[in-house]
Design a protein around this ligand. Structure first.
Ligand code: NAD
Length: 373
């Protein structure tokens, strides 16, 4: 069987909405996977998808990942995500962003948007002129660019994976290969360089590569060479589905720890890494720093509290890898088990009090905390 409802059923989505605007050329899809823990929150990605099917698949996978990410990070938020089909360097205009913002607004707070690939703090500011359901802007109380916290969380998780694998006491002198030195990859390079790691980097945009080489020093390889690069740790910080049957046999790393969402193309790839003895820090468990950062806006942003919470990614990755070892299951399964446990408790509670009551309580809070000035 195929079709949209078949996909929604297999991923377990509540809602998927398509938005189109003839004048600006907007083609956007918003996926709300779950609002069991609260309103769905997740970034908006603008990308040159090859076709609509690819964009739909991306939004379904990304929004489901956000449900698990929020659950594991202990946040009272659900999972949602948006994609805009287009080239962010060529097709993005203020008018297009405003039409997208109105689309977000029409969902009445069931979905809150933020930055993802191809979107900036300035874009969020533009979106916020038409909806309050956007976080990560530069407005008063806004948390700004989430990628610094995402990188800090990945850095913490990487250290936990290192400790758990017994490979080394610190990152000093270790070779770390970063795929994609955009927002997160750049900040991760900065943390790693300060910790004494040797960097090997790649990106499809030469200007991004040059910036990291100039500021931190790094060896550069082409996008195709990154998988077979000799390194201790591989940090995927670009797009998803890059761990697959074509790339895994090339890997020479012992640990995979990076920010990209949906790194495994299929579940089978997670088993393959496990059987090869490569320690994989599950994407949504290690990259929740940005979500924690933007979510803090909903309660009144406090930098110290955010840093404390993001630092705990170290313990979360430790717990996931411990469970993986104890139960002899791949880390991605161990993370799913932990996230599902929390969701299960929330589902039971929602049934007990009546789901709509639970949801409206979150929405009431959200509406006062994010009202547009
Ligand atoms: P970004 O667009 O700023 O950076 C991505 C970089 O990857 C770009 O420089 C791009 O040119 C490069 N790239 C794309 N395809 C590539 C390829 N095949 N080979 C090499 N480089 C390639 O995005 P970002 O905000 O840094 O996010 C990176 C990843 O982390 C994404 O998967 C995103 O979903 C995820 N993530 C980001 C955040 C955040 O706070 N920004 C939070 C959680 C997860």
């Amino acid at each position: 069987m195929t079709g949209i409802f078949y996909d929604l059923n297999s991923y377990g989505h509540e809602q998927v909405s398509f938005f189109h605007d003839r004048e600006t050329g907007l083609r956007a899809i918003i996926g709300i996977h779950s609002t069991v823990l609260g309103p769905s929150l997740g970034g908006c990605r603008m990308w040159r998808y090859n076709d609509e099917q690819e964009a739909l698949r991306d939004v379904l996978r990304l929004s489901r990942g956000m449900t698990y990410k929020a659950a594991l990070a202990g946040l009272n938020l659900g999972g949602g995500k948006a994609v805009i089909i287009g080239d962010s360097r060529q097709d993005k205009t203020d008018d297009l962003l405003k039409v997208f913002g109105r689309a977000v607004d029409s969902l009445g707070g069931r979905y809150i948007t933020a930055e993802d690939v191809g979107m900036t703090v300035k874009d969020i500011d533009t979106i916020r002129t038409v909806t309050s359901h956007a976080v990560g802007g530069s407005n008063e109380g806004g948390s700004g660019d989430p990628s610094v916290m995402t990188a800090f969380g990945v850095f913490q998780g990487m250290k936990a994976a290192l400790k758990s694998s017994g490979m080394a006491e610190s990152l000093e002198g270790l070779k770390v290969a970063i795929q994609g030195v955009g927002n997160v990859g750049y900040h991760l390079a900065s943390y790693l360089s300060a910790a004494g790691a040797e960097l090997i980097i790649t990106d499809i945009y030469p200007d991004q590569v040059e910036k990291v080489v100039q500021e931190f020093g790094a060896d550069v390889v082409s996008p195709d060479q990154i998988y077979a690069t000799n390194c201790d740790i591989f940090a995927p910080c670009a797009m998803g589905a890059i761990l697959n049957q074509r790339t895994i046999p090339q890997l020479k790393c012992k640990i995979i720890a990076g920010s990209a969402n949906n790194q495994l193309e299929t579940e089978k790839d997670g088993f393959d890494l496990f059987n090869r003895g490569i320690v994989y820090a599950p994407d949504y468990a290690i990259n929740s720093g940005g979500l924690i950062n933007v979510a803090a806006e909903l309660e009144g942003y406090n930098y110290k509290k955010v840093m404390d919470k993001v630092s705990k990614i170290h313990d979360t990755i430790g717990e996931v890898l411990d469970r993986s070892r104890r139960e002899d299951i791949p880390p991605h399964e161990a993370a799913d088990c932990l996230a599902e446990q929390r969701l299960d408790e929330a589902r039971k509670e929602a049934r007990r009090v009546g789901k709509s009551e639970l949801r409206s309580e979150y929405l009431t809070k959200l509406n006062c905390a994010t009202a547009v000035n």
